[in-house]
Every structure is written in structure tokens, then in C-alpha cells.
Design a protein around this ligand. Sequence first.
Ligand code: GLC
Length: 425
Amino acid sequence: MNWMKRTSSRFILVIVSIIASTVLGVSTLARQTDSVSILMPAPFADATAELVRSFNKEHKGRIHLDVIRGPLETESISDLAISSLLLGDTPFDGLLMDVTWVAKYAKAGWLAPLDAYFTDQDFASLAPGANEGNHAEGALQRWPLTSDLGLLYWRTDLMDEPPRTPKQLETISSRLQNSGQVPFGYVWQGRQYEGLSCVFLEMIDGFGGEWYEPQSGAIGLDGPAGIAAATWLQDLIATGISPRAVTNYSESESLQSFKSGNSAFMRNWPYAWAELQKDDSPVKGKVGITTMVAESNQPPAATIGSWGLSLLQGSHHPQSTIEAIKYLTNEQSQRYLFTNFGYTPTQAALYKDEQLTNAYPSLVAIGEALPYARPRPQTPLYAQMSDVLQRNLSSTLTGLTPPPAAMKQAQDTTEQVLIAAGATP
Ligand code: GLC
């Protein structure tokens, strides 16, 4: 009896210790695998899918990275991120950020500074321009994944040289349209969204003006250059150089139209090059890239785009998130993203790689446009300012308001936004 009791209690002990060690073992294992999630706009989530797979393979048992596929456009993804950030406990550890969000997110305290994670050597490895727009509130707020610049695409089979001024672009377009070589001259981003602000920045600068100067607080929207820029864009539509539908075009519609051979010129970012060179592209091998047109006494302007990865405050796994950020932005990943999806590298070494520059002339064009790179206004109020500009431009492009009145309205409302926020011009 006693013997039986002793044996069964020993048996229970063994069972308990097996269960305990199993449970403990499992929980130790579970603790070792950090789940990291990063929110990205859909095209970047798709482009990085393969990299994420290899990251997870290499970090098996330690880190599991999940990329959350957000909406396509910059404003929609920012709205999504902000609505979860405002709730306090965000479900994301990291976020792929557009350059225009940095000032606002940093001011709101949503980002964890990255200075401690990146060395002088890391900074030295960046291409000129890739360092733009990553700092705010005196700290490093995001690490660049891809550079971006506004460029003018032109058809090398239809002309010898690309236009340098707005007037030349009109003249070449009309000639080609009149001779029936193309239905349209120029496609760009005319929808009421962030892409339109990028288009406008290039033109206001190209006409010798400036949208906003944060240091002096000067707003140039209803100055001569602001009005000239809005008038030029509206005239392109009125004269049929640009299709009426351009007021509904974002990057992808412009690209589809240009790719199908419908237009002599297109304004777009560097990624478009890869799409135009695909085998299904009727304009494959017939496209050149250059800087945007500008008045002959002005340098051209190239709006700086660029996306970078940030660590969110409150991430439960900051170290592992940083490991993922470093992996996605390393030289090898950059090469993969550039050669497969046309995303412009941020690592200087790739611009010196002759194999790449020979195979991808877009890389050379980007290098040439870099000195003309212009940031959008770097202020936490940028989203409001851009919204005001887009509304008024859209009203003028669709023929509702004449350009001077629309620009006056944009000027006054921008002033009100700044005054209301205590950032008086
Ligand atoms: C590109 C740019 C980004 C810009 C957006 C506008 O993604 O990189 O900076 O805001 O286009 O559509």
C-alpha cells in the first residue's frame, strides 16, 4: 500500500516536472521569438515580401517579422497610422514613413529616436540626398529605405532633345500632337492628393518662386511664380496638351498612359523606369529621363520624395525591430529592390557600381537630378498646408476658379493654418 502510494506520488512528481519543463521550455522559446510588425504602403509591402521571407528564415526562433500591407497612397496610410497611434498602444513596432510625415510624427512624440542604433559609418554609407528629411526635433527619426525624386520622362524616338523650359515642352507637345504622333503631350499627377503638391512644388520653384520658407515664414503661393505655375498647369489641360482626365491621375494612371504610348512626356518618380522597360511595354527602349522644365533663368527643381523606416514609441521589441530595419535597408536589399522594382537606392556604393549604372540609365539620371532636389515645406503643419494647396489647385484645374483667385485663397488659408497653430508668418 505504502509502496504503491510512494510510487504513485513519485510518478505524479515526474509527470509534473515533465509538464513544468515542457511548459517552461515552450515559454522560454516563445519568449525568444520576438514578433515584429511593420506597417507599409501596399507597393512597398509587395516589393519587400521576398526580403521578409529571407529575414524570417535567417532569424528563425529569434524574430518573426510581419509586414502589414496598408493602403496605396501616402495620405491614406498616414491616416491609418495616426488613428492607431492616437489610441496609444499601437499594434505596430515600425512604420515606413514618407518624408513629409517626419516633422509631425516626431513632434507628436510617436517615434523612438534612432541615433543610438546607427554609427558614423552607417551615415557615411548613404548616398548624397538620402540623408535628407530623416531628422526632426534634434534626433534621427527614420532610416532611409529608398530615395525618390520628381523626374521628367521623354520619348527619345519622337525628339532629339528633351525640353528645358515650360514653353519648349508646350511647343514640342503641340507639334507632335498636330502631326498625329501622340494623342497627348504631357501626363502628370493632377488628382487632388499629395502627388499634385509635388508637381506644383517643381513648377513654382521652376518659375522662380517658393511655396513656403519655414525660417522667414514667407508664403509664396499668390506671388507671380505661384500664379504662373497654377496658370501653366491649367493651360496644359485647357489647350489639350494634357488630357482632361489628368485631374484624376495619380502616379499609376500617368504611368499607364505614358507606357501605352499616349503621351510624349510624363512627370513621375524613378520607380516608373522599371515598369517602362518591361517586355510588355510599347515604349521599351524609347524613353529618356531628365530634370523637370524651368524658366530659362531658373534651375530645374526635383521634389524630394523618399521613404524610411521608423521605430514606434511603445514597441515591445525595439532591438528586433532595429534588426529588421537594418536588414531591409542593407546594401543587398537595396540592390534587390532597385533591380526588381526600380526603388532608388540610398547606399552610395550602388551608384558607383558600373554594372548597375550601365544596365540602369535611370540611376545616372537620378544622380544628375540630385543637385536640384527640393524638399516640401519641413513643418509639422505640412499635411494641412498641402491639403489647402491641393484643394485650391484642383479647383483651378477643373475650371472652377481662375488661377489668381485660387492661389489667393490658398495663400490666405495657409496663413490662417499657420496663425491658428501659433506658427505665425
Ligand atoms: C512618392 C514620394 C512621396 C510622395 C508621394 C506622392 O511616393 O516618394 O514622397 O509624397 O509619391 O504621391
